[in-house]
Design a protein around this ligand. Structure first.
Ligand SMILES: Nc1ncnc2c1ncn2[C@@H]1O[C@H](COP(=O)(O)OP(=O)(O)OP(=O)(O)O)[C@@H](O)[C@H]1O
Ligand SMILES: [Mg+2]
Length: 500
């Protein structure tokens, strides 16, 4: 019997890249089907073909055994196909309700939009999902996690038979993930076919039934998730065995390179004090909304500090904008790569050298060659998948864009680097590469602050862990081998036993 959705022989070529090479995918009704593969494997491209965002060069798509013609996102919608993109797709200056009902507003009559009812219905959707957001809030005032939840609500508000989620949980907390998973289970029970893209394989094991694994634009295999182990999946994805997930090194700590005292900024940053020494990785854990990113933004001068002081290498520095921070030797690899981390319309080389341009500019022509060599070295080391260093970053896959953001700061030679969710959206193999490079930074005498929602990563790589809750640090914990996820969660939910 034919499966509900079938994609057969799908081929898609971009200039210099064969993104999809004769790919097939079959999904049943009521199934959660994982689409797995390294960064740049072609997952998002395949889904963009399904959603009508890209035109395929060859191949066919069948629903219930019948060929369908998908030439636009309107065609896809009519067939009941919804997609939540990896790069969020909301209009920042509109409200939550307006975004949810974008393109199909609820009308009072032929000419007038019924704002009140739209807000009410949007609110009901959000409440049903257990999402604590006001329908009248502006998107630009929401954090990434909340924006993602709005995307979910929006997709669910359209009755979909096929729902694609491209890395939906990347910015979510455990509780929000639980909420999302119960929603997915509900959709499954209703017979919706869910296609689920993620680099978090534990989640895949938890929520998915089958998985299609891709590598370099081709099918590797399809497996029944309950019949394989994570390690087997990884082997299919990367084509080799991965040994150590967290290559932690312990080195003697040097001078204190960053000290922050009693910083207050906005509502989310209350009386923050912390310090990091050369050779040290300070993890910052906490639930989404705890104020971790806001703390980094305040230190880096992206948001105004109401009070508090910053010392770099023992000297008090006045930072009121990012340029001050960079001059003082700080770097900040942001979580919001689309907003702040990258210039999408610039090429890969331009982005990588953005923070270090001064260094290369000094020596004129000769340094251009040096710049190109350095850029190529980082492309190779981080395994950034791009036809050349001149490709526009807009055209890279999500994970590869994230690697470009990292390369920029790895190259910057800052003495203190703050990484905000450094491995979000990055595949298992490349994650280890990122940790190795962070290791090189501390070996070279830098101090690293690593904000992360992934507790295994926090435990695997940090020397100490600062845990935040509602804008405050509730605990600074030594990661001496006995620290557990439970202890971190205790502080992250408001526990208050300061130990260091
Ligand atoms: N618009 C485009 N122009 C040129 N190349 C593109 C474009 N979109 C995707 N590509 C290329 O196609 C390949 C597959 O990209 P895709 O985004 O599908 O990867 P992915 O599997 O989703 O990766 P990730 O896990 O990083 O999100 C990559 O090499 C990418 O650079
Ligand atoms: Mg992708």
């Amino acid at each position: 019997m034919a499966e509900f959705l079938q994609m057969r022989g799908i081929t898609k070529r971009f200039p210099g890249v064969l993104a999809l090479d004769d790919v097939h995918l079959s999904v049943e009704r009521g199934e959660v089907h994982a689409l797995l593969g390294e960064n740049g494997a072609g997952k998002s491209t395949l889904m963009k073909v399904l959603s009508g965002a890209y035109h395929k060069d060859a191949g066919e798509i069948l629903i219930e055994g019948k060929p369908v013609d998908i030439r636009s996102s309107a065609d896809a919608k009519k067939l009941g196909i919804s997609i939540i993109y990896q790069e969020l797709n909301l209009t920042e200056q509109l409200t939550v309700a307006e975004n949810i009902f974008m393109g199909r507003p609820i009308m009072r009559n032929r000419l007038m939009v019924n704002w009140r009812q739209m807000a009410r219905e949007a609110q009901k959707l959000l409440d049903d999902l257990g999402i604590d957001i006001g329908a009248r809030a502006l998107i630009r005032d929401l954090g990434v996690a909340h924006k993602q939840m709005v995307e979910v609500a929006k997709a669910l508000s359209i009755h979909s038979r096929i729902l694609v989620m491209d890395e939906p949980t990347a910015p979510l907390t455990n509780r929000e993930i639980d909420t999302l998973f119960s929603t997915i289970r509900m959709l499954k029970a209703r017979g919706v076919a869910v296609i689920y893209i993620s680099h978090r394989l534990e989640e895949v094991m938890d929520i998915c039934d089958r998985a299609t694994i891709m590598r370099d634009g081709r099918n590797v295999t399809a497996v029944n998730v309950h019949e394989v182990t994570i390690d087997e999946i990884i082997r299919h994805m990367v084509g080799r065995e991965l040994k150590e997930k967290f290559p932690k090194i312990k080195i003697p700590l040097g001078r204190e390179l960053l000290r922050v005292e009693h910083i207050n900024a906005g509502k989310q940053v209350r009386d923050i004090s912390l310090s990091v020494r050369a050779g040290e990785i300070l993890g910052i854990a906490g639930l989404v909304g705890a104020g971790r990113t806001e703390t980094a933004r305040a230190i880096f001068g992206m948001d105004r500090k109401q009070s508090g002081e910053v010392f770099v290498d023992g000297k008090r520095v006045s930072i009121s904008r990012p340029l001050d921070a960079i001059r003082a030797g700080l770097g900040f690899a942001t979580e919001d790569r689309k907003g702040e981390g990258l210039v999408l319309t610039m090429n890969v080389a331009g982005n990588i050298t953005l923070a270090t341009l001064g260094d290369f500019a000094k020596l004129g022509k000769l340094s251009l060659r040096r710049e190109r060599e350095t850029v190529r070295e980082y492309i190779r080391r981080l395994n950034i998948k791009t036809p050349s260093h001149l490709q526009l970053t807009r055209n890279l896959s999500g994970g590869n864009q994230q690697k470009v953001v990292l390369a920029k700061w790895l190259l910057s030679k800052s003495r203190v680097i703050i990484f905000d969710e450094p491995t979000r959206g990055i595949d298992v193999g490349a994650k280890i590469e990122v940790y190795n490079i962070i290791n090189e930074l501390i070996l070279a005498g830098a101090a690293v602050v690593m904000i992360s929602s992934e507790l295994p990563e926090i435990l695997g790589m940090s020397d100490r862990v600062a845990v935040m809750h509602q804008g405050r640090i509730t605990g600074i914990l030594e990661n001496d081998g006995s620290l557990t996820q439970e202890t971190i969660l205790y502080y992250a939910t408001g526990g208050d036993r300061r130990t260091a």
